[in-house]
Design a binder for this molecule. Sequence first.
Ligand code: SDX
Length: 427
Amino acid sequence: MADTVKLEIGGKASEYPVLSGTVGPDVIDIRKLYGATGAFTYDPGFTSTASCQSALTYIDGDQGVLLHRGYPIDQLAEQSSFMEVSYLLLNGELPSKKELDDFTYTISRHTMLHEQLATFYRGFRRDAHPMAIMCGVVGALSAFYHDSTDINDPKQRMIASHRLIAKMPTIAAMAYKYSVGQPFLYPKNDLSYTANFLRMTFGVPAEEYEPDPVIVSAMDKIFILHADHEQNASTSTVRLAGSSGANPFACIAAGIACLWGPAHGGANEAALNMLREIGTPDRIPEYIARAKNKDDPFRLMGFGHRVYKNFDPRAKVLGKAATEVLDKLGINDPVLDTARELEQIALKDQYFIDKKLYPNVDFYSGVILSAIGFPTTMFTVLFALARTVGWVAQWNEMISDPEQKIGRPRQLYNGPAQRDYVPVSQR
Ligand code: SDX
């Protein structure tokens, strides 16, 4: 593409630089557009808008490519660990053994919560959705960790980042325990990040809990696959909240709230509920018809993506892992058969081909999470747990970016033109 583009509006010509990244689409730098033309761009949903420069994650939606700091997601999922991917996202390079050990040690020593926070849970109904609890408790962290809320101090930003990554499993496990009426378990520093989370979730004080290595490995892979994903809705929410100078705990709570939506992270819960509602493969055509019916708000949950117009590489890894985990656990869940059949039928259906709708990260994850023993209400909590490292890495990148300022979009106004007030006696 040329290194500038010309625009003529209202008889006035103006020119804008074209910027290129390492790889992927160029961008037209329109920062001077309003000053030069008096016009805004219009892009609801930001389908053609780059909000920032970032070195964290690259997605090629047509090729089904997802890179974290240049490393392909399938290689990371198969060969790395969530702690190592967290270090990579935060620091930009894969760690040496010592760097990884030091990072893991630091994270494990921040896994406990201030004891007062445990009382927060008692204020919720036992049947509160765990995501409601996550929004509340994570937002409340800023009331406890005042020594890591100065966003201009890189040391405080890193401590806050470590605290958020470390405490999310504890907070998530406590949300689950509260919902099932079991006592909270404290983290154990001699367990890995993911094994610690599984013990706090499924262990009980009455007996020792040995996390199954098959489940630990599957859970860790699921965390890796959900760690970061460019400028998705919840990450953009975290960046926008952070652009005002809000503290990192409040920003992550905002990201959790956005992720909860069924069009975003809430889709994993909705997808498994949908697969269970479909029940058997013979009912799939009825649901495919509903998904294609413009008058029916129903959508195939776990299908489609704003960026992936081919396959979501995470769905590929999860589809394979679903079979492996259920086989290893000796579970025969008919929902997996329904999911596979639905995928095959949808991928041959012209509507889905034309609209480039493929399974996304949320389509198979619920099958695995259900096999591990999580209720569907915990699925998005697990997404938020894993995505926290991406959110904090993106937040740190934004704070350090000299080009970033408070986010303040404009609008195309379509309300009434100015008019005078009419007293009620004259209306
Ligand atoms: C995540 O952005 C990210 O990176 C998100 C994420 C991450 O890691 O952060 O990848 C995680 O959120 C994955 C997406 C999970 N959501 C779902 O599975 C919910 C079902 N999917 C859809 O709601 C939808 O596909 C979206 C929200 C994911 C994408 O929406 P877009 O990009 O705005 O596309 P669209 O809604 O405009 O759909 C394009 C067309 C529409 O038809 P037309 O209006 O052009 O006629 O495709 C249709 C839609 O009706 N369509 C679907 C469909 N998804 C889109 N039709 C049936 N079933 C679907 N699932």
